[in-house]
Design a protein around this ligand. Structure first.
Ligand SMILES: [Zn+2]
Ligand SMILES: [Zn+2]
Length: 368
């Protein structure tokens, strides 16, 4: 079968990859569509360290092909979205509504694939850049058949990371202000979630002004074009000044209540902290390398009640949050279709990478 691999020599698309049969509690899924998330690119760029060869891809949707012994939640023919969160369901995190913190969801690499008898690693427990993939039963979230799989495939990572940062990690009150930095699939999903939460001003920030139209359609009210030495925090404060007379009030008053930092660039985060109003919180959503650091001005936190939080996958509770987004989508309240900039044939991965790097697309989708 066809699969897209991370190899010692870079990315490779091959048609001779094999996958083993499902064992106890496992499900074989025929992938229909897979979103191209930046984390896959981070593996290729070495920002995320991963053994090679490995089948990439971690946000996908498809149809159940075959189930292993003991599987009861899904059956062949079911439409499913695949989550990377292979939670145990029994630990203190799973039992308190935080399966994204379940220890079982990290570091459990395996080799369900092979080429000519040689083992091939999976990626993020999902490996959705393949015609068939093998996952655990708990990773399959069933969805109604009327939802296009090319749109549904974005939900388990990009959409729930951005929307979940708003719904699960923040506590946005009606009328509060927010800035979303980085308007890719994650940031645009945060914008849509902020609109649903009743945020007042929603400032979209990106280096590519072409993204502003889509952001406006999703609920953003203001825009800042970053790059070329622009001080983003100063621009945000210009949009939400302390008063008619001064942009910045005592102890940095003025600015926004919430910031969702989706770029993962340390300098962007450092600058954004200076755009928070009293009581404001920045949520770090974008993922930098494991060793990246940022400098925080402590007085800024103390004066007055500012904070910074991180989130893994938007605090996702897959079986609850994915279904919630799908329900919102089916009732015209959350737009997934417009997030899909383009559907590419599965042998055009290089084209997706080029379009991503040029900032031309919100999300590219590979059809298998
Ligand atoms: Zn992702
Ligand atoms: Zn657990």
């Amino acid at each position: 079968m066809r699969a897209i691999l991370h190899t010692a020599n870079g990315v490779e698309t091959r048609d001779d990859v094999e996958v083993r049969d499902p064992e106890v509690g496992e499900v074989l899924v025929r992938i229909a569509a897979s979103g191209v998330c930046h984390s896959d690119v981070s593996v290729l760029e070495g920002v995320i360290e991963w053994p090679a060869p490995a089948v990439l891809g971690h946000e996908g949707a498809g149809i159940v092909e075959k189930i292993g012994a003991g599987v009861t939640a899904v059956k062949p023919g079911d439409h499913v979205v695949i989550t990377t969160i292979a939670a145990c369901g029994m630990c203190r995190y799973c039992q308190t509504g935080h399966p994204n913190r379940c220890r079982q969801t990290l570091g459990n690499r395996s080799t369900p694939f092979s080429i000519g008898g040689e083992p091939v690693w999976n990626f993020a427990g999902a490996s959705t850049y393949a015609e068939l993939t093998l996952v655990k039963e708990i990773q399959c979230v069933t969805i109604p058949e009327d939802v296009p799989l090319t749109s549904a495939c974005l939900v388990p990572c990009g959409v729930t990371t951005g929307a979940g940062a708003v719904f699960n990690r923040a506590n946005v009150l009606p009328g509060q202000s927010a800035a979303v930095i980085g308007l890719g699939g994650v940031g645009l999903s945060a914008v849509q979630a902020l609109r649903l939460k009743g945020a007042g001003r929603i400032v979209g920030v990106d280096t590519v002004p072409g993204k502003f139209d889509l952001a406006r359609q999703f609920g953003a009210t203001d825009f800042v074009q970053a790059g070329n030495g622009v001080d983003v925090a100063d621009e945000i404060r210009g949009l939400l000044p302390f008063s008619d007379i001064t942009k910045v009030g005592p102890a940095g008053a003025g600015g926004v209540d919430w910031i969702f930092e989706c770029t993962g660039v340390p300098a962007v985060l450092e600058n954004a902290m200076e755009a928070l109003d009293w009581g404001g919180t920045l949520i770090a959503v974008g993922q930098p390398s494991q060793t990246a650091t940022a400098t925080i001005r402590i007085a800024n936190l103390l004066q007055c009640d500012r904070g910074i939080l991180g989130t893994r996958a938007g605090g996702i509770r897959p079986h609850e949050d994915i279904r919630a987004i799908i329900e919102l989508y089916r009732h015209g309240r959350f737009d997934l279709d417009a997030l899909v900039s383009k559907v590419y044939a599965s042998d055009r991965f290089d084209e997706v990478l080029t379009d991503m790097h040029q900032g031309r697309i919100a999300r590219g989708v590979l059809a298998f």
